[in-house]
Design a protein around this ligand. Structure first.
Ligand code: COA
Length: 175
């Protein structure tokens, strides 16, 4: 059973989050996590960290990750930026990425009242965001040598949101 958790950078799962992001997203671009942190300033600290975990005999194992950078001065003043979305290569196609995105949208829209979210999607992943209702908001541009497009979604209007009940979820736990 895959669970989505929002963790702090002090959490012992953070090291696994970094390992996964490095393997799936950074290493293919020839980047280390140190390179990424240098390029992004204090964004890592200003982001909320979401991980998808499964139980393992030695404890929880991180199989997916994504970050939500809260609106701030160095990018869009009003909208949150979703970054570093990745799923363990052996668990892709099982709906884990979707669960992470739903958790981030729930956090951003229902809890933080952020009016919209955006990300810089690699062209190869655009279909993933489109299936979630995100739309392209830019032409193609290059980032880290790869073609990207800005993808966006706005918060649902209150009248469009139906009650999802409490679901028995604890703090930092998402459906
Ligand atoms: C992209 C990624 C995060 C998606 O996570 P996932 O758990 O594999 O996706 P899901 O299983 O939730 O897929 C949801 C839907 O999106 C589709 N989808 C997944 N990845 C896709 C992609 N790269 N392109 C187009 N569609 C994609 C799935 O087929 C599925 O469609 P369906 O509902 O019709 O079956 C994951 O495949 C990944 O880590 N890829 C490598 C890193 C990457 O590209 N990250 C994004 C950087 S912008």
């Amino acid at each position: 059973m895959v669970r989505i958790k929002r963790i702090s950078m002090d959490d012992e799962l953070y090291a696994q989050e970094i390992d996964l992001r490095t393997r799936i997203l950074l290493a293919p671009l020839d980047l280390t996590i140190q390179d990424y942190l240098k390029m992004t300033g204090d964004r890592e600290q200003r982001s909320e960290h979401f991980v998808a975990v499964v139980d393992h005999q030695h404890g929880e194992r991180v199989v997916g990750a994504a970050t939500l950078c809260l609106p701030g001065a160095d990018h869009d003043e009003r909208c949150g930026k979703v970054q570093q979305v990745c799923v363990n290569e052996q668990r892709q196609g099982e709906g884990i990425g979707t669960k992470l995105m739903i958790a981030i949208e729930a956090r951003a829209f229902a809890e933080l009242a952020i009016p919209g979210l955006y990300c810089h999607a690699q062209l190869s992943a655009m279909g993933f965001y489109e299936r979630l209702g995100w739309v392209a908001g830019s032409d193609v541009f290059q980032e880290a040598g790869i073609d990207h497009k800005r993808m966006e979604i706005v918060a649902p209007r209150p009248e469009d949101v139906s009650s999802v009940g409490d679901g028995g979820l604890g703090p930092g736990m998402y459906p």
